[in-house]
Write a protein that binds this ligand. Sequence first.
Ligand code: ARG
Length: 458
Amino acid sequence: MVRGEKLWGGRFAGRTAGSVEAFTASIDVDARLYRHDIAGSIAHARMLARQRIISSREARRIVRGLSSIQKEIEEGKFRFSAADEDIHMNIERRLIGRVGRVGEKLHTARSRNDQVVLDMRLYLRDELKSVLQAVENLKRELARLAKRYLKVIMPGYTHLQRAQPVLFSHHLLAHVEMLERDHERMSGCLERVNVLPLGSGALAGTTLPIDRRYVARLLGFPRISRNSIDAVSDRDFVLEFLSASAILFVHLSRLAEEMVLWSSAEFGFIELPDRYCTGSSMMPQKKNPDVPELVRGKAGRIFGHLQALLTVMKGLPLAYNRDLQEDKLPLFDTVDTVKASLEVMRELVGEIKVKKERMMAAAQNGLMNATDLADYLVGRGMPFRSAHALVGKIVRACLERGCRIEELPLKELKRFSPRIERDVYIYLTPQAAVDRRRSVGGTASANVRRRLKEMGVL
Ligand code: ARG
């Protein structure tokens, strides 16, 4: 083969325009698929030999050539070229350069269309395993923080207004539950990623006697795609990963937002470690929570990637179209961003200092035991609506006087309702309020302890 000629150049009379080479090349982005491309090619070559489509000797030379190319790449000695478009052609060209004409046999019964989607699936399968581990790690770190401050009570909020006292640990476990579902979504995605597309050819399959099951076994795929057109056309497994990542980022972003809020002077519930904050170029006193802010900000980037690929896919006629090359940047950047964000959040959570006294003090204020008083009256036979209205009046009296419910003397409380007795004062403490919420999933310590035990943290 003439150097400089395209591997697909036979039917072309002239050279490709320089601008087109530059415009269509994806090597800068997809070079990272090299390991998976080589693994896929090695399995393919072994199958070709087993089926006697090429000889065993030829297969051995191809496999040896591919392995040495992997080494070249890993040692930084490989010269990637935009003239060869993508990672697949770069490796194939180099293989032919190294082992000679036998290298030209590798691409038998294969198209770049099934090759590229194989590489993507192998790549995402590997990365999903690290993503799953990273989600698990953050979950455990949050659970450990919950254990460390198991008994600390904080104000729970709705509408960002103080609502009812809750255990700080219970609040943290809410984030754990969200991450647990992210983990489930990612595992579900992994199942659908884990399907062998190779053997679909360009779109219609192949006339050559290949054995797809053998390739699947070599590459560890439990399943094989059933329709060659579907296999090279769809990228729903990427969309699914991007969707799961977008939802994960909704969760990370909300956790990050709480870190930002809680570390402000206005809340003062936590202190972020100096090592994870940055200063201001102008204001010497500043300590800024840039890490959670960036995690919050990167959510926008991930949502954008999902939107981008949905848009790329939506009008494409079957089967392969070059538009599909645009799947790589969103996927790779999402993988990188998800992994980095999970990891830095885990580190951060591991070093948060909780200002228990501030949280406890905040939990005393805001008349957050009003619901408890209403429940107390319900326990003494009053219908809830009447109790709600009555406590509303007590709350108004407290607001006028600037005092808490439990600061009103019994005599006065009795004037609102004779059903109120001395035991109401024990009932109204934040501790009692929390521990009485024993309904399944409620904030009572007993529930939180059980969940932590289930997780093996306690
Ligand atoms: N680089 C392409 C991609 O990433 C694969 C090549 C398929 N190209 C083609 N002309 N059939 O999707």
